[in-house]
Design a protein around this ligand. Structure first.
Ligand code: B12
Ligand code: SF4
Length: 463
């Protein structure tokens, strides 16, 4: 039996556009979900994983599969449906799973033969058995997986060509921020994989650099942090010779022993969600965690960096409290915090989130011609009415934020600072230049976007 597992591209980030930018992040990070699915698949299936971000094959010219499995974030849904239609026209059954299939089941159900919601570990073997017997059900629900059942992902199946491999060591997040799908999708219970599995899986990854995809690497409670320390000890002991980056909440900075162990285990960078500059903003999106302990963010960032770990700060533009000038303010404050890079995103109502429910009930979702509009749900386009910012002004805020933070003098200052502290100056330089090089592309993307929407979106909605 032949199985194709496909990661669709986003048409806005087509392979042509990827070529325009040497730094494009879609070919930096290796997609993990399909490698996990392959790890759950019996050897009697011959598996091919296709990541359309690397290249889009001529499917009809490939040997005919018996089953196609497609994954998709919401921003990939349009292309996912095109791929599904292509195979269904050839009479090949198509199953779709992942976050979009879970949050928009009915929409997906109309376009594929079978939808798998939730985590796949508990249900995928059944799906394959049913497919083998020509008895696929329309809907399966995997719910939350038993964490010990997460298999070692098949890292051997996806060709090289990525800057970073990928691994997952925990699932779930209790914080349930209003804009984020993770608590709805993976649950509030923080689940940690057996440390021996994590170490073995790390050993099977070819890439020297790895993204630990966990939404919150160390968790929020003392027992989570104790387990994270044990994992870092085991990783250091196994002498993995990997350098990895991860996502964490700001409490990563609070425990010196944790930082020492993380650095010894190979941690070279963390993405931290600061999200908003003000307590009111953090209240608005439900990220009160960042307000605890009267935190000094600058000191927290420094503590992490002292361990040779770079910090990327993530911020959101478009909260109800954000007014004109927010872009420059974010750039200034991020510099005060001393972060090495920033990732600034538009507040976007992703399906299945509390923000979605709120904006929907207030009739504020503007990009609402679905499924076509999903391709704009990349968090890099404004999708809603923002309280104090029109379409033009919110885009201007984003551009001014990035131009300011990634201006050459500021990049040089950061890189020289890292050189002085011997903190990965080369990676810092490449990271900063990669963001800077995307500014031109972003400008073009915004111009296209504005043309597409014409005047549908060009005034502040009076509420
Ligand atoms: C790593 C990651 C990335 C990497 C992706 C690398 C890659 N190519 O896969 C990068 C950095 C590139 C990225 C980019 C983006 N991401 Co992202 N990302 C994640 C993160 C943190 C982990 C995903 C992961 O690998 N999980 C581990 C695997 C094993 O789990 P999984 O993917 O859920 O797969 C399981 C099930 O879903 C299911 N399954 C999945 N696919 C399939 C298919 C079939 C057939 C079946 C049966 C089952 C099945 O089985 C798997 C095993 O249980 C998630 C958060 C999260 N917890 O999901 C956000 C997340 C997926 N990202 C999100 C977003 C919004 C984005 C961006 C749009 C914006 C951004 N943040 O930059 C872009 C868009 C990328 C695109 N291609 O269009 C949102 C998506 C919400 C949504 N409704 O789409 C999430 C959920 C985070 C959030 N805050 O809400 N992301
Ligand atoms: S944004 Fe981060 S902290 Fe908030 S719910 Fe999502 S994963 Fe958890």
């Amino acid at each position: 039996m032949r199985l194709y597992l496909i990661n669709p591209s986003n048409p806005l980030v087509s392979i042509v556009k990827v070529k325009e930018s040497r730094w494009n992040h879609y070919r930096v990070w290796k997609p993990l979900s399909l490698m996990v699915l392959a790890g759950l698949t019996r050897p009697s299936w011959e598996i091919t994983i296709v990541d359309e971000n690397l290249s889009v094959p001529d499917y009809p010219a490939m040997p005919r599969p018996d089953l196609v499995g497609i994954t998709a974030f919401t921003s990939q849904a349009n292309r996912a449906y095109e791929v599904a239609a292509q195979f269904r026209n050839m009479g090949v059954p198509v199953v779709m799973g992942g976050i979009h299939a879970t949050m928009c089941q009915d929409e997906v159900m109309e376009r594929v033969d079978s939808v798998v919601t939730g985590e796949a570990e508990g249900i995928w073997p059944q799906v394959l058995e049913d497919a083998r017997h020509g008895d696929l059900k329309r809907r399966y629900d995997g719910g939350f997986a038993e964490i010990n059942d997460v298999p070692l992902a098949r890292h051997d199946l996806l060709a090289s060509g990525y800057a970073f491999g990928a691994i997952q060591t925990t699932r779930g997040c209790p914080l349930n921020c209003s804009f984020c799908s993770v608590t709805a999708f993976n649950g509030a219970r923080y689940r940690q994989r057996p440390i021996t599995d994590v170490v073995r899986e790390f050993q099977s990854i070819r890439e020297k650099r790895v993204l630990v995809v966990d939404d919150n690497l160390i968790g929020t409670r003392p027992e989570h942090i104790a387990r994270a320390k044990d994992m870092f000890r085991a990783m250091a002991q196994a002498n993995l010779r990997k350098e990895w980056v991860a996502q964490s909440t700001i409490n990563f900075a609070d425990d010196e022993e944790l930082l020492v162990l993380a650095a010894k285990a190979g941690c070279r960078g963390v993405f931290i969600g600061f999200e908003s500059l003000s307590p009111e903003g953090l209240q608005e999106i439900g990220k009160k965690f960042n307000l605890l302990k009267g935190r000094d963010f600058r000191a927290s960032v420094r503590r992490i960096q002292r361990h040779n770990i770079l910090v990327v700060g993530s911020f959101i533009i478009g909260l109800d409290i954000d007014e004109p000038g927010i872009g420059k303010r974010i750039a200034e404050v991020a510099r005060q915090y001393g972060v090495d890079n920033i990732n600034v995103l538009f507040l976007t109502p992703l399906p299945g989130t509390r923000l979605w429910d709120q904006m929907k009930s207030q009739d504020r979702i503007v990009l609402d011609t679905f499924p076509q509009d999903w391709k704009y749900y990349t968090l890099t386009f404004p999708a809603a009415w923002y309280k104090h910012l029109s379409l033009d002004s919110i885009i201007e805020e984003m551009i001014s934020c990035e131009r300011d933070f990634y201006s050459m003098p500021h990049i040089l200052r950061r890189v020289l600072g890292n050189l002085w502290h011997r903190r990965q100056p080369l990676i810092s330089l490449v990271g900063n230049l990669s963001y800077r090089s995307n500014l031109k592309l972003n400008g073009k993307a915004y111009a296209d976007f504005k043309r597409y929407w014409g005047n549908r979106h060009n005034c502040i909605k009076q509420t």
